[in-house]
Design a protein around this ligand. Structure first.
Ligand SMILES: [Zn+2]
Ligand SMILES: [Zn+2]
Length: 172
């Protein structure tokens, strides 16, 4: 209960980072620094986004802050260092019996090169960035949903007032 009441931006950032990282490493366990950008810079990006969400929602309720944050959060999902252009086989017009799914002309440094064959997935992640709404965000919503379910459970048990537990987690 204490932990919940003290849920801060730092915790939020940690949770999201863990989720995003897990999602990438499920695709390929070699997705570690320097193939992906550093933990610190990902977290800094998140904190900046949060600060911006706060600014944009100035004078509005906490729910609006959260919604604004969710809308920009998707920019975080592309965490690889490599920014080289990935093109599908159709785009490059390669031979019909091409064994690859997509092509990339690496121009970045060797240690940043994307390992493995998941270029098409990565291409999808890149293109998703900046173009989707809050409903596709996932991690935060799922976690918040779980939190709310747990909170409801606790409230039922303790017969506490409805809103008390929920309002704290996105406060600064
Ligand atoms: Zn590259
Ligand atoms: Zn091809």
């Amino acid at each position: 209960m204490q932990r919940r009441r003290n849920y801060k931006v730092k915790d939020l950032v940690n949770d999201i980072y863990t989720d995003v990282l897990a999602q990438w490493q499920k695709v390929n366990t070699q997705f570690t620094v320097p193939v992906i950008v550093s933990e610190r810079s990902i977290k800094r990006r998140m904190e900046n986004l949060w600060a911006r969400a706060l600014e944009e929602s100035l004078g509005k309720g906490k729910l609006e802050v959260m919604q604004t944050f969710n809308q920009v959060l998707d920019r975080l999902f592309y965490i690889l260092s490599c920014k080289c252009r990935i093109r599908s086989c159709a785009e490059v017009d390669c031979s019909l019996n091409c064994a690859r799914e997509a092509h990339i002309d690496f121009s970045c440094s060797r240690e940043m090169k994307i390992p493995g064959k998941e270029l098409l997935y990565i291409k999808g992640q890149k293109e998703k960035v900046g173009s989707v709404g809050p409903h596709q965000i996932g991690p935060v919503e799922i976690r918040e949903h779980k939190r709310q379910v747990a909170a409801t459970q606790r409230q039922k048990e303790r017969r506490e007032a409805g809103e008390r537990g929920r309002e704290s987690w996105w406060s600064l």
